[in-house]
Design a protein around this ligand. Structure first.
Ligand code: NAD
Ligand code: UGA
Length: 469
């Protein structure tokens, strides 16, 4: 029986390994993590992440050929293939702070693999890493190798949260990069044969190591660039009377452009787009490519602009002040169908409104109070660096309450801001919400989910992204 061990039981490690286990009954898969509470949750009925379809997959194979454990060293020692799916956040201090990827967690995982291994291993980069990381990892492993042979592969993950299970079951492609030597090719084939259990062969792309590493950063940069492009257009739409949804549709029907990822919003969030583009910018700078770095940096700048534009719109529409006014925030997750709040646009918008002394009443169907208060208390980039937790923003907590439903959030509020496109926000009884609010009652729709005409008929003043006022 082939044994796989995955270091890191997070949003990527958990779902990807569960899908490998369910599709490959002949493979034993162990997912390990240093976080005891995370592993406990994976072994319970309340999984640590909310992801449609995940419960079912985990229940099918947990205890049979899928195991979650904190016994990191034993499972690594026993494995033939070790995936490393640890977090690779943006550095908060030192060289490259605010841009470069922090590879502390990756390096410590690699050192541990070198320490505990007693047999040859294929080590797979599942985390998103800077191009050329495999070379550094190879050095760490081989300098400690005791005669053990390692093959490093790059196998970046392309799943999106909220659709992780369907993305994993039916990926557009699986990418595997390896050394172009006989041993390298053998390792690529071994990993290929795992995915071949359910992924058609023509969708398994094999490249050299550096192409695979860079393709992941490039893919995220291209995706985020489309959002910033349409968001930049949304500002021009508001200034001219064009409707961004109509423009996006007209542009996206060109088969060379395509319709996906052209939805204007308050800004993209999530743990990866910003971090991976900043990382790309840093790599370009390190390679003396200032113009290329500047091109990609602009994607982040437009995203920041979109968020601050939204805050400015709220404040300026409400007679230039939100001080002491209650504002309902509907949705806090970075997109629907996830409880993940990492880099969610809601954080920057809430902080902006708190800065203008608003009182926020926040509701999200999947995000609890502790997470929201923590997010609003942290400084940029620090959410993934627990050691640097800031005491800060105790003041913010006083201006924020987290409530159990949208109606409670909106009761007595001057404005409602929609931050996440949860389906349930489309079907709310806006007549009831209007009744309970201060007048004039404003809706600022950061996701273009509400029926603008209907809400205006009710009496709301509605602001949507990229739509005529
Ligand atoms: P995560 O923070 O949810 O999970 C990482 C896990 O690794 C944590 O549970 C942490 O405790 C554990 N860990 C860290 N160091 C460890 C060590 N030395 N030994 C054992 N466990 C350790 O992160 P994630 O969202 O799963 O992302 C992981 C990687 O995958 C990142 O590089 C990210 O860029 C990439 N990625 C993420 C997504 C996504 O949708 N979240 C998609 C594609 C790629
Ligand atoms: C993204 C990529 O889609 C994945 O392929 C990649 O594997 C992953 O990053 C990663 O590397 O972490 P994810 O961040 O989970 O996945 O979710 P997306 O669906 O890409 O959404 C990201 C953000 O962009 C969300 O805030 C979403 O609301 C926003 N978005 C997306 C828009 O504003 N408009 C769109 O048209 C699409």
């Amino acid at each position: 029986m082939v044994k796989i061990c995955c270091i890191g039981a997070g949003y990527v490690g958990g779902p990807t390994m569960a899908v490998i286990a369910v599709k490959c009954p002949s493979i034993e898969v162990a997912v390990v993590d240093i976080s005891v509470s995370r592993i406990q949750a994976w072994n319970s009925d309340q999984l640590p992440i909310y992801e449609p379809g995940l419960d079912e997959v985990v229940k099918k194979c947990r205890g049979t050929n899928l195991f979650f454990s904190t016994d990191v060293e034993r499972h690594v020692a026993e494995a033939d293939i070790v995936f490393v799916s640890v977090n690779t956040p943006t550095k908060t201090r030192g060289l490259g702070a605010g841009k470069a990827a922090d590879l502390t967690y990756w390096e410590s995982a690699a050192r541990m693999i070198a320490d505990v291994s007693k047999s040859d291993k294929i080590v797979v980069e599942k985390s998103t890493v800077p191009v050329k990381t495999a070379e550094a990892i190879e050095r760490i492993l081989t300098h400690n190798s005791k005669g053990i042979k390692y093959q490093i592969l790059s196998n970046p993950e392309f799943l999106a949260e909220g659709t992780a299970i369907q993305d994993l079951f039916n990926p557009d492609r699986v990418l595997i990069g390896g050394r172009e030597t006989a041993d390298g090719k053998k390792a690529v084939d071994a990993l290929k044969s795992v995915y071949a259990h359910w992924v058609p062969e023509d969708r398994i792309l094999c490249t050299n190591l550096w192409s695979a590493e860079l393709s992941k950063l490039a893919a995220n940069a291209f995706l985020a660039q489309r959002i910033s492009s349409v968001n930049a257009m949304s500002a021009l739409c508001e200034a001219t009377g064009a409707d961004v949804a109509q423009v996006a549709h007209a542009v996206g029907t060109d088969s060379r452009i395509g319709p996906k990822f052209l939805k204007a919003s308050v800004g993209f969030g999530g743990s990866c787009f910003q971090k991976d583009i900043l990382n790309l910018v840093y790599i370009c700078e390190c390679n003396g490519l200032a113009e290329v770095a500047g091109y990609w940096r602009q994607v982040i700048k437009v995203n920041d602009y979109q968020k601050s534009r939204f805050v400015n719109r709220v404040v300026s529409s409400m007679f230039n002040t939100v001080a002491g006014k209650k504002v309902a925030i509907l949705g806090f997750a970075f997109k629907k169908d996830t409880g993940d709040t990492r880099e969610t646009a809601a954080i920057d918008v809430c902080k902006g409104l708190i800065g203008d002394k608003a009182h926020l009443s926040i509701f999200d169907p999947q995000v609890g109070e502790a997470q929201i208060q923590k997010d609003l208390a942290l400084n940029k980039f620090e959410w993934d660096h627990p050691a640097h937790l800031q005491p800060a923003a105790a003041g913010a907590a006083k201006q924020v309450s987290v409530v159990r439903d949208a109606y409670e959030a909106a009761k007595g509020a001057h404005a409602v801001c929609v931050m996440t496109e949860w389906e349930e926000f489309k079907g709310l009884d806006y007549g009831r919400i209007y009744e309970g609010m201060q007048k004039p009652a404003f809706v600022f729709d950061g996701r273009n989910v509400v029926d603008v005409e209907k809400l205006r008929e009710i009496g709301f003043i509605v602001y949507s992204i990229g739509k005529p006022l």
